[in-house]
Design a protein around this ligand. Structure first.
Ligand code: TYC
Length: 103
């Protein structure tokens, strides 16, 4: 290894220590067609949220256009997005679920 490569490796190691892996938010987006009850069910089923809170999140998405369902490590967030997307598709609803890195 050259001195420069060594220096680069040390910088990467230092950065890894300073910055823990980022968390990711899973976010639901509003649309005009998915039934409100279906969205509440999704929040209860895939995010383990009780009905009252799920209803509040659903209404926030409905009025503000988007709402956070939860925050997870990247692979867990990606699994939630895939599960919700598949479930919505199976029920022929256009519900969109995305993930965003936490700032
Ligand atoms: N806007 C939808 C309706 O009026 C309800 C809805 C809420 C859809 C949240 C998607 O992520 C969503 N039926």
């Amino acid at each position: 290894m050259t001195t420069q490569q060594q220096h680069h490796a040390e910088l990467l190691e230092h950065k890894a220590k300073l910055a823990p892996p980022p968390f990711w938010s899973v976010v639901l987006l509003n649309d005009d067609f998915t039934p409100m009850d279906f969205v509440v069910d999704v929040l209860m089923k895939f995010f383990n949220i009780r009905e009252e809170h799920a209803t509040r999140i659903m209404l926030q998405v409905h009025t503000e256009g988007r709402g956070k369902c939860g925050t997870y490590p990247k692979d867990i967030a990606a699994t939630k997005v895939a599960q919700v997307s598949e479930y919505a598709r199976e029920h022929q609803h256009p519900l969109q679920c995305i993930m965003e890195v936490e700032k």
